[in-house]
Design a protein around this ligand. Structure first.
Ligand SMILES: NC(=O)c1ccc[n+]([C@@H]2O[C@H](COP(=O)([O-])OP(=O)(O)OC[C@H]3O[C@@H](n4cnc5c(N)ncnc54)[C@H](OP(=O)(O)O)[C@@H]3O)[C@@H](O)[C@H]2O)c1
Length: 258
């Protein structure tokens, strides 16, 4: 029996990762939500909901760890995230959005991973996946942009958090990767009006993205890739790839530049 943990599982990619792993034999999926009530799905009896895990709270790591203590987890996915549009001129950067986005994306993860380790949930052979974004790549952002400070910079910060965690986890035999899950047809991108580009940029359904991310984690993430930044799908959905990196798009897993 293996245990999978998905942090931020109520919607989008997180919900799809739960569905993906719950369909596999001999697998129990622990799924977190920040709501009070666990969402029980009769078709997924091997899903255990962990409620009240809000990544805006300083206690998110300890609360989660107390609910899964001593459960050996094979793979943890931290996928909770926020994307709100910000602009330089009117209305300008938004303080509250910035705090929420950085806190959720980059501050909460080390608290969660450290608490899970101390609660005997992460042992040798375990894998940690921090869901990042190509938007957090300094190299890929050289094609131009502006605005959206919190979303992009919080993912750059998350990448650095993951790199530092690599040094902590490596001696313990635990692999960690930062993963761009691809451009997806979720409420996140619809909420910022990016749904107009879903077709043009070949956005994936969250189910398809979850399969790619899950399969890559199961079959390819190991200690040789720990601390790295990957796109399991390849580069098709990364708008600046050809301009910045040259050549054509690459299909299949690609290691991304910081
Ligand atoms: N969509 C894309 O094209 C895309 C591209 C690159 C990277 N990503 C990254 O992929 C991840 C998933 O994106 P998505 O499109 O699936 O997003 P989504 O549909 O907007 O879902 C976001 C999830 O994060 C949870 N969440 C937000 N703030 C939280 C908090 N403070 N505490 C706990 N959970 C919180 C939400 O929970 P509630 O239901 O409680 O709000 C929801 O489950 C994000 O990290 C995103 O940045 C997405």
């Amino acid at each position: 029996m293996r245990n999978i943990l998905v942090v931020g599982a109520s919607r989008g990619l997180g919900a799809a990762l739960v569905k993906h792993y719950a369909s596999k034999p001999s697998t129990v999926v622990y799924a977190t939500a920040r709501s009070e009530r666990p969402r029980d799905d009769p078709n997924t009896k091997n899903v255990k909901w962990v409620s009240n895990i809000d990544l805006m709270k300083s206690t998110c790591g300890s609360e989660l760890a107390s609910q899964v203590k001593d459960t050996p987890i094979s793979a943890v996915f931290i996928t909770a995230g926020i994307f709100k549009l910000e602009s330089f001129d009117e209305p300008g950067p938004d303080w509250d959005i910035e705090v929420a986005t950085y806190t959720t994306s980059a501050i909460a993860p080390p608290f969660i991973i450290s608490a899970l380790y101390k609660a005997n949930c992460l042992q040798k052979g375990a894998k940690v996946v921090l869901i990042s974004s190509e938007g957090g790549s300094f190299a890929l952002q050289q094609a131009g942009g502006g605005g959206n400070y919190a979303h992009h910079a919080s993912k750059s910060a998350l990448n650095m958090v993951g790199l530092q965690l690599k040094y902590d986890l490596e001696p313990k035999g635990i692999a960690i990767a930062m993963v761009h899950p691809s451009f997806m047809r979720t409420e996140m991108t619809k909420g910022v009006g990016f749904d107009v580009a879903w077709d043009e940029n070949d956005a994936l359904t969250p189910d398809d993205a979850a399969k790619l991310v899950g399969d890559w984690t199961d079959s390819e993430l190991d200690m040789t890739k720990t601390g790295q930044f990957w796109a399991p799908r390849g580069t098709r959905d990364i708008g600046s790839w050809k301009e910045i990196m040259g050549g054509d798009h690459i299909k299949g897993p690609v290691k991304l530049p910081w």
